[in-house]
Write a protein that binds this ligand. Structure first.
Ligand SMILES: NC(=O)c1ccc[n+]([C@@H]2O[C@H](COP(=O)([O-])OP(=O)(O)OC[C@H]3O[C@@H](n4cnc5c(N)ncnc54)[C@H](OP(=O)(O)O)[C@@H]3O)[C@@H](O)[C@H]2O)c1
Length: 357
């Protein structure tokens, strides 16, 4: 059997639902016999059923004595039809290739051990890095119990994110902006501030040729509950979650609740909400992946608290000048420990993706 070929195909399957399975990882599964694929599946776009369950159902009796290729350790914890591990045992699969051990403590190594105890041949680790990369948000968020966090910024050559008078104007070109929409499409939620909402009134949708493809979940840090009730983020509220962290408990918070927002009351210390707590609460609310679209004050606060995993910069060949709004208030990109992961040219814009160290 060509194991590498099949495990690669299992990863191709996983990629089909990238950005759709939150907070679950996207997993691909292939069932084969005599070098032929019997069935293949990917985690359902709602996160359940899992890929193994779908693939086994498709394979039916043919799964008996077959080989399974799966990108992540099958689950140990129960679902409606029993755990994936129990379903594999019932199916008669004789051999299983697993790229990566699940880091969820409910499963971690438990399924592998159970399969081995039941005399199934288990081979782990082939193309592990690919699984880690596809589901980066899952592995990082489970480790720190906070969402995996990407900050997106369009900047000028002199590292400004807006003009001093907050005059609204695109900094990046249309190719960069389309890339931002692709990035949003792969994210679970946008995190922003009341200030960015008040200044820009963004929609935070995924759009292609002005058509809305996805209404993203939006999370707002809004201490004094200043966002206007006609803000565009409140449109199509039944297609998304809007979570607002605030210190206020008043008629406006009630009105926002009635509209469908989740209002989380937070304490204020030194005129700030504790962002570490915000992130822990978000994780408990099953938000595992964030894209930050806010200004340089908020970015500086996130950096101080070590809450940023990646920075995505779209650099345009313009100079805004000293009066412009800085990328990181009171700090500079140069001072931040980071590793360049990707560099690309989008016409005259430079795209830079960094991992924060
Ligand atoms: N170029 C880009 O890609 C991009 C992306 C997004 C936004 N922007 C631009 O950024 C500009 C705004 O930037 P900015 O730096 O002035 O503002 P900002 O970073 O968006 O927001 C700062 C505000 O967020 C609140 N905040 C931050 N940390 C907080 C904490 N720990 N607890 C409670 N509240 C906290 C405070 O608001 P309060 O105290 O008033 O509640 C603070 O004044 C806008 O003009 C927008 O166009 C640019």
């Amino acid at each position: 059997m060509n194991h590498l070929k099949f495990i690669n195909q299992a990863h191709d399957m996983a990629l089909k639902n990238l950005g759709k399975t939150f907070p679950n990882p996207t997993v691909g599964c292939i069932v084969c016999k005599n070098n032929k694929i019997i069935s293949k599946a990917v985690t359902s776009s709602t996160g359940r059923p899992h890929a193994e369950e779908i693939a086994l159902k498709k394979a039916g009796k043919k799964a008996n004595k077959a080989t399974m290729y799966v990108t992540l350790e099958p689950c140990f914890h129960s679902s409606r039809n029993g755990s994936c591990t129990d379903q594999i045992l019932r199916s008669g699969i004789k051999e299983i290739f697993i790229s990566c051990v699940d880091q969820d403590p409910r499963t971690k190594n438990k399924s592998i051990n159970k399969l081995k105890r039941n005399k199934i041949k288990v081979i782990t680790g082939i193309k592990k890095d690919q699984t880690l990369n596809i589901n980066k948000f899952f592995f990082k968020s489970i480790k720190k119990k906070k969402p995996f966090t990407k900050v997106k910024m369009a900047i000028s050559n002199d590292e400004k994110i807006a003009w001093g008078n907050y005059k609204s104007k695109w900094i990046s070109n249309s190719k960069s902006r389309q890339h931002v929409h692709n990035l949003r499409n792969l994210s679970q939620a946008i995190l922003t501030t009341s200030k960015t909402i008040i200044k820009d009134n963004p929609r935070f949708t995924v759009r292609k040729k002005n058509k809305i493809l996805k209404n993203l979940n939006v999370i707002v840090v809004d201490k004094d509950l200043k966002i206007p009730l006609n803000s565009r983020i409140l449109n199509n509220i039944h297609d998304k979650r809007v979570i607002i962290f605030t210190s206020m408990n008043n008629s406006k918070s009630l009105k926002l609740k009635q509209l469908g927002c989740e209002i989380i009351k937070m304490k204020i210390k030194n005129n700030e909400i504790n962002l570490n707590k915000v992130f822990s609460i978000l994780y408990k609310l099953k938000i595992s992946d964030l894209m930050v679209e806010a200004g340089g004050i908020f970015f500086a606060n996130l950096i101080k608290k070590k809450l940023v995993d990646e920075i995505h910069l779209y650099k345009a060949p313009i100079i805004i000048g000293e009066k412009g709004i800085p990328l990181i208030k009171g700090n500079q990109l140069n001072n931040i420990k980071k590793k360049l992961l990707e560099k690309n040219e989008f016409n005259d814009n430079l795209y830079l993706r960094y991992e924060i160290r």
